[in-house]
Structure formats: structure tokens, C-alpha cells
Design a protein around this ligand. Structure first.
Ligand SMILES: [Zn+2]
Ligand SMILES: [Zn+2]
Length: 241
């Protein structure tokens, strides 16, 4: 636990101190003035050894974010999409806690060939147990047949209705989080729930840090493999002369 701290959740003061002492950062830009709970993930703030730091600077040249950010997806799904984590700041030096929400995309069907999404259902008479769908409803919400508008695939290769309506995560980056909040008015239950949330955020930051350290560790192994043949070659060369 590098970011995550332990605290006494029976103490109102300890919880309020935890909130007011927690690292914060802008949710958008400095002129917006909205801030939220954050963690500084700049390399020199990660508590790395000098060896790890060297490897880390080298790793930064590669695009590795997708390899280590799974904890964000886990956190977001655990929070049912009500909270998520994003990066902000110059060179994305901060992880920031955001308000968010799952919203339906409104798509009703998708193409099995090209994946194109469609805002209308495919009308399949057998699939509607309730029976009668009026012509007006069919015209507005349904298409007769399932031909894809993008790639023209139809029949078994064409569009099919979603069984689960697809959703996307909407993030509210302009919204501040517990900024200028008067925590003394909060109940113990409210405080505890908030502590749980912020600790879970800190835990996700730790998991991302762990992933990063694991990544730079494995990156170094590759380089050592590359170095060994070079060293061997040089020794052989010296021996021959
Ligand atoms: Zn298609
Ligand atoms: Zn490397």
C-alpha cells in the first residue's frame, strides 16, 4: 500500500482529516477551479528505486497505458459506473476521481458482419410475444428486414437486435468532488461511506502503480537478454587478439 492509508473509521476527526489532507487535483483545467481527490503519479513521486526510475524513464517512451490501467475498469464496474478514474495534468501526472454514469447509447441492433450499430430494432414477428405492432411503430422503431446500412449484409450475416442494450460511460470532468465540503455536518455513516470510496480509489491507484512497477521490471529483463550476447561477443573478440 503506497497510496492507500489506514485510518480509524470510528473517529469523526480522523475521517475528516483524511478528506482534507488527501491529495487533490483539478478535474479539468486550472481556470475551471474544480478539484477532486487525486494521486500524484509523476515518476519521482512513485517511491521507486533509482534502478526502477531509470527503467521507468525508458518505459515512458513506449505507449504502455493500456497495459496497466485495468484497475480503472475494475473500479468503475465495482462502482456501477457512478465513479471512475481519469488522468489529468501536464503529461497526465495525476490520477483523479471523477463522477460518472452509465448511459444507454440508444442502439437497438448491430451488424454481425461489420459491427455497425443501428438505432432501430430489426422487426421479427416471432420475437414479439405481445403480437401486434402497428405500422407507425414499425416505421419509427423498427426496420423490416435486417439489411445493414453500412455493409449491406443481411440474413444470417445482417443486423440482429441486442439482448442487452449497449451502454457507455459518461464522465463529468467539470464537476468538483467534495470541494469546500463541510464534513462536520455529515453523519458518521456518510463519512464512512465516503472514506470507503476514497480508500478504494487509493487502492486502484496502488494497483496501477504495482502494474507499472511490474511492467518496468519485465522490460528490464528483456534488455538484459539483449545485453548478454553483446558482452559474450566482446569477450571472444578480446581473447582472439
Ligand atoms: Zn454491416
Ligand atoms: Zn526497457
Amino acid at each position: 500500500m503506497f497510496f492507500e492509508k489506514t485510518l480509524d473509521k470510528r473517529s469523526k476527526k480522523a475521517m475528516i482529516d483524511f478528506f482534507t489532507g488527501h491529495c487533490r487535483y483539478n478535474t479539468m483545467n486550472s481556470w475551471n477551479r474544480s478539484t477532486s481527490y487525486a494521486q500524484n503519479i509523476k515518476l519521482h513521486k512513485l517511491g521507486l528505486t533509482s534502478e526502477q526510475l531509470n527503467a521507468a524513464y525508458e518505459t515512458l517512451q513506449a505507449d504502455f497505458w493500456d497495459e496497466i490501467n485495468q484497475p480503472i475498469a475494475d473500479f468503475t464496474s465495482e462502482m456501477s459506473g457512478r465513479y471512475t478514474i481519469g488522468t489529468n495534468g501536464r503529461s497526465s501526472g495525476y490520477l483523479v476521481l471523477y463522477n460518472s454514469k452509465y448511459e444507454l447509447t440508444g442502439h437497438k441492433s448491430h451488424c454481425r458482419t461489420c459491427g455497425q450499430r443501428n438505432y432501430r430494432y430489426v422487426y421479427t414477428p416471432d420475437a414479439t410475444a405481445e403480437g401486434v405492432i402497428t405500422a407507425a411503430v414499425i416505421a419509427r422503431d423498427y426496420t423490416i428486414g435486417n439489411k445493414c446500412g453500412a455493409c449491406c449484409a443481411e440474413g444470417e450475416y445482417g443486423r440482429v437486435n441486442y439482448t442487452l442494450p449497449p451502454k457507455r460511460l459518461s464522465v463529468y470532468p467539470g464537476k468538483s468532488f467534495d470541494q469546500n465540503e463541510n464534513f462536520s455536518e455529515w453523519s458518521m455513516l456518510e463519512l464512512r461511506n465516503r472514506v470507503e470510496l476514497v480508500l478504494r480509489f487509493d487502492q486502484a491507484c496502488d494497483e496501477i502503480r504495482d502494474n507499472f512497477i511490474e511492467l518496468i521490471g519485465s522490460c528490464k529483463v528483456v534488455e538484459e537478454v539483449v545485453m548478454i550476447p553483446k558482452t559474450v561477443k566482446r569477450i571472444e573478440c578480446c581473447h582472439a587478439s
